[in-house]
Design a binder for this molecule. Sequence first.
Ligand SMILES: Nc1ncnc2c1ncn2[C@@H]1O[C@H](COP(=O)(O)OP(=O)(O)O)[C@@H](O)[C@H]1O
Ligand code: SF4
Ligand SMILES: [Mg+2]
Length: 372
Amino acid sequence: MAIALPRPDLQPPPTTDDSRDRGGKAQPLLIVENLRKHFPIRGGALNRKIASIKAVDDVSFVVLKGETLGVVGESGCGKSTLARVLMGLVAQDQGRIIFDGELVGGPHGLSLRDLRRNMQIVFQDSDSSLNPRLSIADSIAYGPRVHGMSRAQALSLAHDLLRRVGLDPALFALRYPHELSGGQKQRVNIARALALDPRLVILDEAVSALDKSIEAQVLNVLRHLKETLNLTYVFISHDLNIVRYVSDRMLVMYLGEVVEIGPTDAIYRGPKHPYTKALLESRLGADPRHRVEAAPLAGDAPSPVDPPSGCRFRTRCLFAEDVCASKAPSLGRSNNHGAHLAACHMGDPQSGHSRASLAPAPLPRVADAVVC
Ligand SMILES: Nc1ncnc2c1ncn2[C@@H]1O[C@H](COP(=O)(O)OP(=O)(O)O)[C@@H](O)[C@H]1O
Ligand code: SF4
Ligand SMILES: [Mg+2]
């Protein structure tokens, strides 16, 4: 694939026709099938594997072209591991990743090098990706240089990208990371991520460490870049207010699994999974204008080393019944990528759960539910 040449003028590239597009809008940009990543825990005299952390367990979803897919869930549920596996930074144990119709990895698949031209990541820690010994312009130019671009072209591209993220190259190109604020560094990281002209950018808590006012500015930069550069985002965040603001669809993770996925508006209007509902009520509970009698989500999540049998949420679920311990609910699949799906027996008329019915009723407020 050709590397995009620097764009010295600031005319936005065409947003409709991407010459790299293979299957049109109907073909998801990313298809993730049955992805699994378990981290071994070693111990004993022989340092053998004694257990494993089920960080990502049988995760399947798609990312549509041009959308922002929000990924939410409590700390430790596997969001960053999922992002790292997608980027090829850690190898999956199982599962397939398909980028615009092309399998990633394997003898005939897309190489990691090609994948990284198409897909980039911005982490929460704005220092982690910047080499303290490289100037800002050299940091941004580094990726294109590795991929064969001349130094002059790469620096010209770096200047253009600095402008695009709202930093004047005359003021910032020759500075070093320690001379920048957190918000400025994160803008540089975004510029770095864009230097290879990717189609998909994973933002892993990319604005979470910023002050609220700076966060809003960086979110606006991201929105503008998405529109002008024809980007697709996977937006990982623990902040449900921001996810609602930026995402077209969202995916909810719990203990390494996807428990709900669907259009953001539909999920906020009527969450189908008790965990999602509790997360959304926790968000309201944090607002002093809303009174809550009981914490919607009590206690910590169980250990991902030994997750509960059946439904992993059952130890915290107010609606858990025997079937929830004996059988894992399935998220199901739909040919409609905009479908609203949840992995809960209450939504499956065949499950045997007493609340399951052919016409699913909206979930009661967590505070009103009877504890089983
Ligand atoms: N490199 C690693 N080695 C061992 N365990 C890890 C590693 N990275 C993450 N984990 C574990 O995997 C689980 C998921 O972590 P992570 O993906 O960082 O969650 P999140 O981003 O949702 O907070 C956690 O239990 C974490 O401790
Ligand atoms: S399957 Fe059972 S335990 Fe799991 S979320 Fe649904 S009702 Fe709760
Ligand atoms: Mg994380």
